[in-house]
Design a protein around this ligand. Sequence first.
Ligand code: SAM
Length: 284
Amino acid sequence: MPASERFTETLYSAYGQTLSVDEKLYEERSEHQHLLIFRNALFGTVLVLDGVVQTTEKDEFIYHEMMTHVPLLAHGAARRVLIIGGGDGGILREVCKHRNVEHITQVEIDPAVVELSKQYLPKHSNGAFDDPRLNLIIGDGYRFVQETDERFDVIISDSTDPEGPAQVLFSSPFYSGCKRSLRPGGIFVAQNGVAFMQTDELLTSAQRLGPLFADCSFYLAAVPTYAGGQMAFAWASDDAKLRQVDIDTLVKRWRETAIKSCYYTPEIHRASFALPQYLRDLQL
Ligand code: SAM
């Protein structure tokens, strides 16, 4: 297949996954980033921002279910949720499935991602952008958490990698702003890169979150198009018990949601916090 009909990810200079571009659907540079959307025979529609695969139709459920149900089920009584980034709508879709959630604020810097995802990846949001509980703010998540007087039970930072507009979302001031914006008993989670490939990013996040929260760690899930191993999700709260909710409680809470998942189970929830020795050796 001619090179021009293939996309090679540029996240790593010495390594990259390649996907066939079976149909290019959209390519433009917005005010904030380069957007590329194409169809691939194996993964369906693929969204790429600044040369990095963000999400695909075929495997998005793994990431969005784990980023959402793990903190919400661990919390057990979340009513107010903040989503930073997440312009494709996948996190929002999963949060909206929790009937007990009363209010969702989402702060996304690039309106083009929202509009193009609605058009080309409609199943990601699946109508969630019309949910009456949602307050969608087009803006910088970093600035929002510094300035807001809203308080949240769960904050989910679903950002691009720490380059470009998302660099600030991995900074100590951002984490301080999230800490300030959490209610007592609140939980912060964030996409933190592929553990094996971006180990330094996990280390940096642990060093920055550690002084702010009583309990910090990571949980893992393998997402095929986040190439190079298991995706790491940063976890932070002020109560270590939130990370160790027993299986019977998780099963009960999960049953009460009546949510039908494709990846998340209470057993997977618990197991996802089991870190491999090379990460434990980093005292993460
Ligand atoms: N699941 C993907 C991943 O793990 O890489 C992320 C998906 S989502 C498309 C990432 C979103 O973060 C993008 O829509 C991007 O515009 C948004 N974003 C980046 N920096 C931001 C900022 N400072 N404030 C708010 N949203 C931001």
